[in-house]
Write a protein that binds this ligand. Sequence first.
Ligand SMILES: *[C@@H]1O[C@H](CO)[C@@H](O)[C@H](O)[C@H]1NC(C)=O
Ligand SMILES: *[C@@H]1O[C@H](CO)[C@@H](O)[C@H](O)[C@H]1NC(C)=O
Ligand SMILES: *[C@@H]1O[C@H](CO)[C@@H](O)[C@H](O)[C@H]1NC(C)=O
Length: 464
Amino acid sequence: MIHILLLLLTFCTYNINATSKQPVIRNFTIIGNDFMKDGQLYRIIAGSIHYWRSLPQDWQNRLSLIKKLGCNTITTYIWWALHEPEDGMFVFDKPEHDFLLFIQLAHSLDLLVIVGIGPYITGDVDFGGFPYWITKQKQISIRRPNQVYYQLIDRYFDQLIPRLVPLQYHLGGNIINFQIEDDSDLPLISFDDSHLYYGYLRDGLIRRGIQTLINTLAWPDSLSLEKAIIPNTWTALEYTIHHSTPDALATLRKHLPDNNPFMVMEYYPAWMDYEGKPHQTMDSEQFSNGVDKILSYNGSINFYMVFGGTNFQFTNGGDWTLVYHSITTSYDYDTMITECGDAHQTKFKAVRDVIGKYLPLEPMPTPLPSSKGLYGTIQFDSQAELIQNLRPFDVLYNSNTPIQFEYLNQSYGYILYSTQLKNFIDIIEPLLLPWMQDRAVVSLDGIVQGCIGWSEKDPITILN
Ligand SMILES: *[C@@H]1O[C@H](CO)[C@@H](O)[C@H](O)[C@H]1NC(C)=O
Ligand SMILES: *[C@@H]1O[C@H](CO)[C@@H](O)[C@H](O)[C@H]1NC(C)=O
Ligand SMILES: *[C@@H]1O[C@H](CO)[C@@H](O)[C@H](O)[C@H]1NC(C)=O
């Protein structure tokens, strides 16, 4: 049992209100087990929406639907790989990844923001959000106290954090909280490691001017909680419909000191979709009943997701527990706001009605579906062979063994590996590529022989 004194981070700012000339104190803090906004009790009803899973032209619409649902806060992750796609190359000026504009749009709709700062975010993206190139660093050990890893985080935080500092609530912005890391499971091996590592991240934020609340995240079990609890932060819970009992609250209370609000930071309206599997759904009533239970325990909540959106380009990741599943381009999540930006037929109203039991909401009809376009029939009247048309786009490397994507400085996409087989005629045996990750299409003299990958179990027998 770890006893930790949670110190309150309380910072305020005094602005002069032009009309009344009264000083207005903006502060968002924790007193006892409650959030307090400007000295008033506050319950966070939040939903996750990732700026990179929708297009900038849709942000206003998606955010205003979240507001109409009854949320007062949004949660978004900052994805490291988007902002440092190559070693030391920082990209913050792409309109489609402009999280500052996204946060300011939320502000204009009177939505508060929780920022998941990572650097590990999970988020169902490749490598939990780490840029691909960090695997090439010698002697790096991720999510652990490790000097090589720490240096990379520091260089990234030096670029990232100053952009967010002015948007903190007490400075007139709408960011009320930062979450460091994500799940406190593997690969944080020992308690000592996780406490050191989480402490390093927390101090990295504070040192760069973050005075807002900071939280860690744990499952409602003692092992996960003890890994995640460090001083000067509070701990939120991950949670599923199956945990909708007072147990999670009891576990939290048993393992945490006072001054830690009960907040379910990840409450899942369904789940992500996998290639080749049916769309995942959850009954609206079952879900909204779970929401009701959390709110009835005086909890704060964050829906993961409130708007799922789309995994653009190659950004659909995979989910690997015991079996590998690749995730679809759609990240709809059967949540309250569908991938195309409509209110879910039943879940939007069901959840809104529950929120309305706890927060004052104006009566409102369920928003009408947006208009849809019809592309018509598309006829393909010509085709081209892929491999014969690679030049002049390709770059050639000669090597005795296949080179990994990382070492060709390629984060995603396709690589053509080709070789000349000699003395092949007599041997017919299955082709096995046991260490290959992802997926390979195997062809011989231009004729496709089959696929080998995470999901394809059978070896290919190449017939000459
Ligand atoms: C927060 O602001 C409120 C009013 O806006 C003020 O009464 C209270 O003292 C402030 N709390 C702290 C801890 O600064
Ligand atoms: C919730 O808060 C109310 C008012 O402060 C209190 O009466 C009630 O006991 C609390 N319920 C739980 C489950 O903590
Ligand atoms: C990959 O990038 C590194 C660092 O910029 C460079 O040294 C290396 O030559 C590149 N490798 C290839 C195959 O282009």
